[in-house]
Design a protein around this ligand. Structure first.
Ligand code: HEC
Ligand code: HEC
Ligand code: HEC
Ligand code: HEC
Length: 177
């Protein structure tokens, strides 16, 4: 009798355990699937590192000494972050953040300026505001991996309202190196 009920109980419990085990297995399988999907989607592994990001002007110096020297000593861009800090006091936070789009390297873009603490190398508008993100090119040294700018690139920041109100329209070869 005891054996029988014990047997029934055992079957009953086994059934439950089997069920929870199945749920556990299903859960683990689902978790594993989710994790592998997330890994596959993450930008680091997706394109095999082919996504170009911003590296800052100092990373161009070793191979382009002349352009780097000319740009650093002559271009107002190379000191632009300071210029904005001088005016920061009179600005609201959102006005200030609005300045960064033109006065840093690629604020608001993937791989662009975030903050002085996180991305100090991108705080000024550098080589890459005109030439585009340089991560691929600094590794390869291949000219195909970097852009030559056109006037359309300048006009992202030297917008027509500015040009009209400040009576200043740069020429393609101005303010670079
Ligand atoms: C490892 C060396 C190396 C580094 C670092 C490097 N370059 Fe170059 N770059 C080259 C070489 C080599 C060429 C092809 C020969 C030349 O024009 O001097 C080139 C060419 C260029 C060109 C001309 C492209 C064309 O279409 O003719 C630009 C613009 C340029 N580099 C910008 C940059 C910028 C901006 C950086 C920093 C983000 C940088 N380079 C960093 C090696 C480098
Ligand atoms: C990401 C925004 C941005 C882009 C793109 C840009 N500029 Fe500028 N440029 C600025 C800012 C900001 C200043 C002012 C810097 C300062 O005084 O703080 C400036 C200043 C200048 C000046 C005057 C001061 C100087 O350095 O002699 C010239 C000339 C100039 N840019 C030319 C160009 C040209 C040509 C292009 C395109 C090939 C271009 N810029 C692209 C933001 C930009
Ligand atoms: C749409 C792009 C853009 C935005 C946004 C922008 N600037 Fe500029 N700024 C420029 C450009 C381009 C120049 C240089 C040439 C000119 O005057 O057009 C410049 C020049 C300057 C200069 C240098 C003036 C001089 O005499 O050398 C200062 C300072 C400045 N901006 C501060 C600011 C501040 C502060 C903000 C935010 C409230 C701001 N800018 C927002 C593009 C911009
Ligand atoms: C204001 C825009 C601007 C900035 C900032 C800028 N460049 Fe250029 N760069 C140009 C223009 C315009 C050309 C000529 C494009 C053409 O000939 O079609 C050029 C050409 C070049 C070339 C090709 C060789 C040559 O002189 O024609 C190299 C290399 C280069 N730049 C490197 C750099 C480096 C390194 C920096 C930063 C230290 C930098 N550039 C910053 C606008 C810029």
């Amino acid at each position: 009798m005891i054996g029988k009920t014990g047997g029934k109980a055992e079957i009953f419990y086994r059934g439950l355990i089997m069920k929870t085990d199945n749920i556990k297995i299903m859960f683990l399988a689902f978790a594993a699937l989710t994790i592998s999907c997330l890994i596959a989607l993450s930008p680091g592994t997706a394109g095999g590192g082919s996504v170009k990001t911003y590296v800052g002007s100092e990373n161009c110096q070793s191979c382009h000494e002349k352009e780097y020297e000319n740009f650093s000593s002559n271009a107002a861009k190379a000191r632009s972050f300071e210029h904005v800090q001088i005016m920061k006091k009179g600005l609201t936070e959102s006005e200030y953040l609005g300045c960064l789009k033109c006065h840093t390297t690629a604020y608001g873009e993937p791989g662009g300026f975030v903050s002085v603490k996180a991305t100090p190398e991108l705080k000024n508008p550098g080589c890459e505001v005109c030439h585009g993100p340089g991560s691929l090119h600094i590794e390869s040294g291949d000219p195909k991996d970097i852009k030559q700018p056109t006037m359309a690139v300048c006009e992202k920041c030297h917008i027509s309202e500015r040009v009209n109100s400040f009576k200043f329209k740069p020429m393609l070869y101005g303010g670079a190196h």
